[in-house]
Ligand binder design. Sequence first.
Ligand SMILES: [Zn+2]
Ligand SMILES: [Zn+2]
Length: 244
Amino acid sequence: MQLQFIGCGDALGSGGRANTCFHVRGEHSNFLIDCGASSLPAMKRLGVTREAIDLILITHFHGDHFGGLPFFLLDAQFTRRTRPLVIAGPLGIEMRLKNLMEALFEHSSKTQQRFELSVVPLAPEETKTFGEVKVTPFPVVHGESGGPFLAYRVEAEGRVIAYSADTEWTQTLIPTAHNADLFIAEAYYYEKIVKNHLSLATLEAHLGEINAKKLILTHMSDDMLGRLDSLPHMAANDGMIVEL
Ligand SMILES: [Zn+2]
Ligand SMILES: [Zn+2]
């Protein structure tokens, strides 16, 4: 199984990076985690076969994680997709997706798709299985608008992938990523503590109890991107592939 960072940037395009979108592909699983606004062009640049993707997990309703869905759906329609697609995310996702589609492409939410589209709300700490992919969402803390906010612990093909989503430090990141094969964690600032986002220094204080086998930093601001050469951790890059 492998995970490719389609985009690992923040909402501000820091470092010219694409918005958040991770593609996981294995023998029996093919899914995205988040689909930020720039995800479709980034997928096309990397040659990702969109038709093969059968699940998209959304962490929250900010444009850099969620804004790519109308483009993905439009592309699916125009490329005559037939494979069913599941989009799963925080409670309220049905209405949020409809509103987003109407804002970007008027009447597009009423289009009858050629493929079966299911939009599935996920409640915190309730595990759901999609084919061979087992998903457990955990609530995280990321401000007042754009929520509910979920981090994900995803089990597929004997591997555990955890993603913090955007969040300030919260204890739920421990069950999210405990003993995970891969923990993708936001590291927005190096040591500056801010509301709603995670700093590397705060994350580092908890890495022992999280005990993930591999850590990759993502969603970095210019403050972090300027330190990439001296970081003691692996950091994501657009297009980077991790074998699991
Ligand atoms: Zn973000
Ligand atoms: Zn966000």
